[in-house]
Design a protein around this ligand. Structure first.
Ligand code: HEM
Length: 415
């Protein structure tokens, strides 16, 4: 078993994630060359439960194998690492991302109707109107920060619209989301961590309560909206309880907000730094936008890692795994695996094929919102590159120290 000490690389140490992205990529390339899985003992992180450690899945084939085989590689008790304390699960209920079938399959069946092609088509005009308003505002205000003025505004708006959050409580939802996403595993002093995690939990809990109330109200007075559809029985008699609705909404906010916004922010920087990509996009947007989105998600890997827990003895890449072992799927590393992606560091919007795992590997938990994310980014970028063809970043992004979200806090730009 290769350990942190032998490689000089320690993926369990948050200091690793504070190093420049180029250095981290070189270390992942070294780990990919090992003929077995490297093991990283876990550190104690304030407020979170630490275990004995995890095996790192850094090759594309290994991430795909573990994602496909959910029977051996379980999403329970949680896909984050380290694991949140038990009371968090108790307060927030079970989220589908942390469940295995049959409970996962039941929830996914019910909420999938929110992401059907018909539902997404209904959202199209609304997303376009929101993108137009965002660009109107940025033209009126002048360019300052691409994240707060553009990228952060669309995804949260779309999620609120999807769920039908009433206008009266939207400002409150936005405030809670800002607080709840401010803490993502950064290394801080214990008192600051406790204070921040406390605010984060309180904000998420308030959001849950808002949506549970909304669910109870729609249970009594159903309308034509999605919340009504989710809390009243479908043809098979299945429905979400208001509490499950609350968990689903917070999952959407956690899974669909930061990810889409970070893809847009990193995307503008990649396009600025790659004149060939800009020329193609501005020359023929419709031909190249789909490739640009996939390549941006590959290079950025907005979610850096998710974890699985092994349920039965299994052999993977020359390593014997035993029940209870944790494995962590490093999507960013799999997306730069030179066996699958020639010249993996190159941003090439014409890359074909592009079997990246940025939306997760193939399997039961593959991102439910992938098509919605593609739709949002396409509409936003069309609006930007049509109305502001000279739009570009003017500085390096201000990144958030995180081992989970590849998050951009601020990005200077001009147009
Ligand atoms: C570029 C944007 C996005 C990226 C990179 C992304 C990435 C991911 C990844 C890696 C997973 C896999 C989890 C696993 O295998 O354990 C996932 C699951 C999920 N995503 Fe996304 N996501 C994005 C956008 C969205 C959006 C916009 C939504 C909804 C509004 C969304 C909703 C979900 C949900 C509900 C799941 C859980 C699916 C399940 O457990 O069955 N995502 N996403």
């Amino acid at each position: 078993m290769t350990t942190a000490v032998e490689t000089g690389i320690d993926l369990a140490d948050l200091a690793f994630w504070n190093r420049p992205p180029g250095e981290r990529e070189r270390d992942f390339a070294r780990l990919r060359r090992l003929d077995h899985l490297a093991f990283f003992p876990e550190r104690r992180v304030p407020l979170l439960r630490s275990g004995k450690g995890f095996h790192a899945l850094v090759r594309h084939a290994d991430v795909v194998e573990a994602s496909r085989n959910a029977k051996v590689f379980s999403s329970e008790p949680a896909v984050t690492n380290p694991e949140p304390p038990g009371w968090v699960k108790h307060v927030f209920g079970d989220s589908m991302v942390n469940l295995d079938d049959p409970r996962h399959a039941r929830l996914r069946r019910i909420v999938s109707r929110a992401f059907s092609p018909k539902m997404l088509a209904k959202l199209d005009d609304d997303i376009r109107e929101a993108a137009t308003r965002i660009v109107d505002d940025v033209i009126a205000e002048g360019p300052r920060d691409f994240v707060t003025q553009v990228a952060a505004r669309l995804p949260i708006h779309v999620i609120c619209d999807m769920v039908g959050v009433p206008d009266a409580i939207r400002a409150k939802v936005h405030r809670h989301v800002d607080v709840s996403t401010a803490y993502t595993g950064v290394r801080m002093s214990l008192p600051r961590t406790v204070a921040m995690a406390g605010r984060n939990m309180a904000a998420l809990f308030s959001l849950q309560r808002l949506v549970i109330e909304l669910g109870r109200e729609r249970e009594k007075n159903p309308g034509g909206d999605l919340v009504s559809a989710l809390v009243t029985a479908n043809v098979d008699g299945e429905r979400l309880t208001p509490r499950e609705l609350g968990s689903f909404f917070t999952l959407l906010l956690v899974a669909g907000n930061e990810t889409a916004r970070n893809t847009m922010a990193h995307g503008l920087k990649l396009i600025t730094d790659t004149p060939e990509a800009r020329d193609r996009l501005t020359g023929d947007f419709d031909t190249h936008i789909a490739g640009a989105i996939e390549e941006t998600v590959r290079i950025v890997s907005p979610i850096m890692q998710f974890r699985r827990t092994v349920t039965e003895p299994y052999e993977l890449r020359g390593t014997s795994l035993t029940p209870g072992d944790k494995v962590v799927l490093f999507y960013g590393s799999a997306n730069r695996d030179e066996d699958v992606f020639p010249d993996p560091g190159r941003y090439d919007i014409t890359r074909t094929p592009n079997p990246h795992v940025g939306f997760g590997g193939p399997g039961p938990h593959f991102c439910l919102g992938a098509n919605l994310a593609r739709q949002e980014i396409k509409i936003m970028f069309r609006e930007l590159f049509t109305r502001l063809p000279a739009i570009r970043t003017t500085a390096e992004p201000e990144l958030l120290l995180s081992n989970f979200d590849n998050s951009v806090r601020h990005q200077a730009f001009t147009f």
